[in-house]
Design a protein around this ligand. Sequence first.
Ligand code: AMP
Length: 224
Amino acid sequence: MRLVLLGPPGAGKGTLAALLKKSLGILHISTGDMLRDEIKHNTPVGHEAKKLIDNGNLVSDELITTLIKARLKELPSNNYMLDGYPRTLVQAEQLDEYLNDIHKPLDCAVYMEASLKKIIFRLSGRMVCRNCGMLYHRSTRPPLKTGVCNKCSGELYQREDDNEETIKTRMHIYQESTKPIVHYYESKGKLIRIDGDAESEDLEAQLLKKFNESKASNQPKDSR
Ligand code: AMP
């Protein structure tokens, strides 16, 4: 299964992805994590990306598509979910072109729509493990020990782009550049909508139910 997770920053894509990774056993590819890794390792890509990310702007389509194609080529499996990519119509078209060329098209795009109130609440309380990337929230998903990851004991930090000013820029860019992708996948009959305001476990349940419904409706009648 190949899917993309769509939705505004703070819709809960990363948290849902962590749950789906377990329940569906598919890989989770986050372009934000890939870029933060490049920054951490001081690479030329990291240098190019850092200022843009810190200010809430997008890196270029060319850079991110080159990066994601290289990652997809080296994956051990063709079952994955993309989180944070595509983020522009150009990226969506580039992705389709690449996947069609290798005869492994996307199965669906999952769109998590969330209210601004929920988004701001989630982003302003979000904490991330510097070591393993596990996500926490100060009030709804706190770590057992303040500032320390439950899983690997890594240090928790607040992303630099999770501040009020940058959140506004990211939301604006989302509306302008990323939201049109929803219609792109809808027109191709690949869109699944779920309620991004729901808690992550509910979101996972909603989505698994929709997958099962679509599996059932695609089965020949006499095999049901
Ligand atoms: P995320 O972790 O998905 O919120 O991404 C963090 C930041 O990385 C974004 O605000 C962008 O600056 C950059 N980024 C991640 N994915 C993309 C993409 N597909 N296209 C352009 N910039 C991206």
